[in-house]
Design a protein around this ligand. Structure first.
Ligand SMILES: [Zn+2]
Length: 235
């Protein structure tokens, strides 16, 4: 099976090396052979998943690499059959990531996005930021005005972006109440709350909530508009 560089024998060698000893160079090479910068993955990437899962209990780099590979599984790689064969392994990655998230690690968001991808929520995996200072640009579904949505630690608003004056005509966002979230939204939110990620949870409530268009005063669902503009195929 080919890796990202078209080689077939290098990945098995490297996997053997990292299994035998702590080999930073081999991990680095595995990283770019299994997951090319820019997001391409190949057959060898999915074929390596069982070994990465096996290594993950002793080496966090294996879990992180498996997560990165699965985050790219939505793209075009021609390996759908292989991926379907790996369903059991993917379920193991899900358990590993969930356990890791419960430990409240410093790189929480990266693992959270990996878990969303493992659950085939690719659009969410690509759309979520850390909500410390995030902006989403979308068109009002009623009047077509370009609306800027800000979801940050201190400011959460919809506005019209003026290149000289900044964000003007600001309106407060209307966060979704947790009880009214969709199944996926609820699961994302509850996981963040469970793990003490208050900023992330609040950001998810905002993104899944509603905004007022400063131009025509209509109110619309932020995620609906953002997702339909950004990810028409996966939505
Ligand atoms: Zn409008």
């Amino acid at each position: 099976m080919h890796d990202c560089y078209g080689d077939v024998d290098r990945v098995p060698e490297l996997l053997e090396r990292v299994e035998r000893e702590d080999d930073a160079e081999a991990w680095k090479e595995l990283g770019y052979r299994l997951c090319l910068e820019g997001g391409l993955v190949f057959a060898a990437s999915f074929a390596a998943l069982p070994q990465l899962v096996r290594l993950a209990s002793s080496d966090p780099r294996a879990r992180a690499l498996a997560g990165r590979i699965l985050r790219r599984a939505a793209g075009h790689h021609g390996c759908d059959d292989l991926l379907a064969d790996r369903a059991g392994t993917i379920a193991e990655v899900r358990v590993l990531l969930d356990l890791y998230l419960r430990s409240r690690p410093d790189d929480y968001l990266a693992a959270f996005l990996d878990l969303l991808a493992v659950n085939a929520q690719y659009h969410w995996s690509a759309a979520l930021g850390d909500f410390t200072d995030d902006f989403y640009h979308l068109a009002c579904p009623h009047c077509g005005a370009e609306v800027t949505i800000a979801i940050g630690d201190y400011e959460r608003y919809s506005a019209i972006r003026d290149w000289n004056l900044g964000d003007v005509e600001r309106r407060d966002l209307r966060p979704a109440s947790p009880g009214k979230l969709s199944r996926t939204g609820r699961r994302m939110h509850d996981t963040a709350v469970r793990d003490g990620q208050q900023v992330l949870a609040a950001g998810i409530r905002c993104l899944l909530g509603r905004a007022e268009c400063p131009r025509c005063a209509s109110v619309f669902g932020i995620a609906d508009e953002y997702m339909s503009a950004e990810c028409p195929t996966s939505w």
